[in-house]
Write a protein that binds this ligand. Structure first.
Ligand SMILES: *Cc1c(COP(=O)(O)O)cnc(C)c1O
Ligand SMILES: [Zn+2]
Length: 422
């Protein structure tokens, strides 16, 4: 018997698992994994694979990257929060943080690569502008499993791994992230390739959900508030789904955590829609001057124009079910909060984690949370300075570069060759 089944959130029907991303009946809804084990049974496996019984995979990888949680002292004292827990997802070996690409995207890449290995013979294609690309390249480098990563040319300097990614094929697109996504669809139209899926991929969500699982195990219960900076909001959906499983487990409490999610001004589409309690994003209202706003933010990983917000089982539903709040954080607030965190807790942050820390400061000042309750602050990335002390960072080169708007035909020969060499 399989340890999990897939179910459509809209119709509730079971869906066959062939690295399936959507309901075969065509419902515009997320799928969810249903695990055979109702209680969280920790496995004797490294890193994230400790939580393998609630990941949509059977096997593991010998990689020790995983979520880390600890109770804060210094920041907790500064903010007057007696029960502040930090989920640290990056590189900080002194605290057990072993994510060498320094963001929680590696928690998504690890189970995704295993899910793909177990359910399809095709090669995963990932479009990314940074952290996701690095995470998949690193897992490919460590496992020797091929991947195709499509990035805007400008993102190339952000791509590095700690060991050479010999089986990875990076395609640079002379354009922006949207052009990279378009070209990745072209690649997926070729035989032998499959789209990774983003928020629709249950392995990605349940991988991120291990941040909530690890925190609940550390705290002994589900936290009352969950703070995270969002671009797509997939991490927020994942935290909600993980909390529902913990609630059903019975040993971690009966209340879901309230989601406190943040975006970076001036690009804050989901904050705008949620503050109107609107399910649908309206481009003119929620993201006017998108291109210009995106170019102004401190944290560009938070600038997704097509987040899974309205979709059944998506961000709107997660926020509604948990009585959530959203915060719009300015660049200045984020920088100041990031500096405060580094001074008090002792590690450098990804700009997105600085945005999240700023939202917690705001929540404490504005009275939007009860400070006596338990808070989980998801530090979604950090340790970029720390990792350089321990590892040589190997730059990743593009295999080839295509203009924006190129078609699959332009790279057919190269990619066909790669499939044949696997
Ligand atoms: C991708 C990313 C986020 C946003 O995550 P989503 O939940 O997918 O919106 C936040 N922080 C960091 C460091 C990221 O790389
Ligand atoms: Zn369905």
């Amino acid at each position: 018997m399989s340890a999990y089944t897939l179910r459509c959130v809209h119709c509730g029907e079971e869906v066959p698992e062939h690295y399936t991303l959507s309901c075969p009946q065509g419902h515009p809804s997320l799928l969810r994994a249903d695990y055979a084990e109702q209680q969280l049974n920790l496995k004797n496996a490294p890193g994230i694979f400790h939580f393998g019984s609630w990941l949509p995979i059977q096997g593991t990888l010998p990689i020790d990257a995983g979520p880390v949680s600890y109770q804060s002292e210094a920041l907790a004292r500064e903010l007057g929060l007696p029960s502040l827990y930090i989920g640290f997802n990056g590189y900080w070996p002194e605290r057990g943080g072993k994510i060498t690409t320094c963001s929680f995207k590696e928690l998504e890449a690890l189970p995704t690569m295993v899910r793909a290995r177990e359910t399809t013979n095709k090669i995963l294609v990932i479009a990314s502008a940074g952290n996701t690309a690095r995470a998949f390249l690193q897992v490919s480098a460590l496992t020797g499993v091929p991947v195709v990563v499509v990035v805007p040319e400008k993102a190339l300097p952000r791509l590095w791994t700690t060991v050479p990614a010999e089986k990875a094929c990076v395609i640079a697109v002379r354009g922006d992230y949207t052009d990279a996504i378009r070209f990745s669809r072209e690649v997926c139209s070729l035989p032998g390739y499959i789209e990774e899926g983003g928020a629709r991929n249950v392995a990605r969500r349940d991988g991120m959900g291990t941040v909530m699982l690890d925190a609940a195990v550390t705290i002994g219960r589900i936290p009352d508030y969950y703070f995270q900076a969002i671009g797509s909001g997939t991490g927020g959906i994942a935290a909600w789904e993980a909390a529902m499983r913990l609630k059903a487990d019975g040993r971690f409490g009966t209340a879901l955590p309230s989601l406190h999610l943040s975006q970076n001004l001036p690009f804050v589409p989901m904050v705008s829609a949620w503050n109107d309690r609107r399910r649908d994003l309206i481009a003119e209202t929620d993201m006017p001057d998108a291109q210009k706003c995106i170019s102004c933010v401190y944290s560009d990983v938070l600038t997704n124009r097509e987040p899974p917000y309205a979709v059944p089982g998506g961000v709107f539903d997660a926020m509604s079910a948990t009585d959530g709040r959203m915060y719009a954080v300015s660049n200045g607030e984020a920088r100041a909060a990031g500096a405060l965190f580094t001074e008090l807790e002792g590690i450098d942050l990804d700009p997105a984690a600085a945005v999240c820390t700023a939202s917690l400061l705001r929540a404490c000042e504005s009275g939007s949370i009860d400070k006596s309750r338990t808070v989980l602050l998801n530090i979604t990335g950090g340790g970029y300075e720390r990792v350089r002390e321990d590892y040589p960072l190997v730059p990743v080169q593009a295999a080839f570069c295509v203009p924006a708007g190129a078609t699959a035909g332009d790279v057919k020969t190269e990619l066909a060759e790669m499939v044949n060499h696997v």
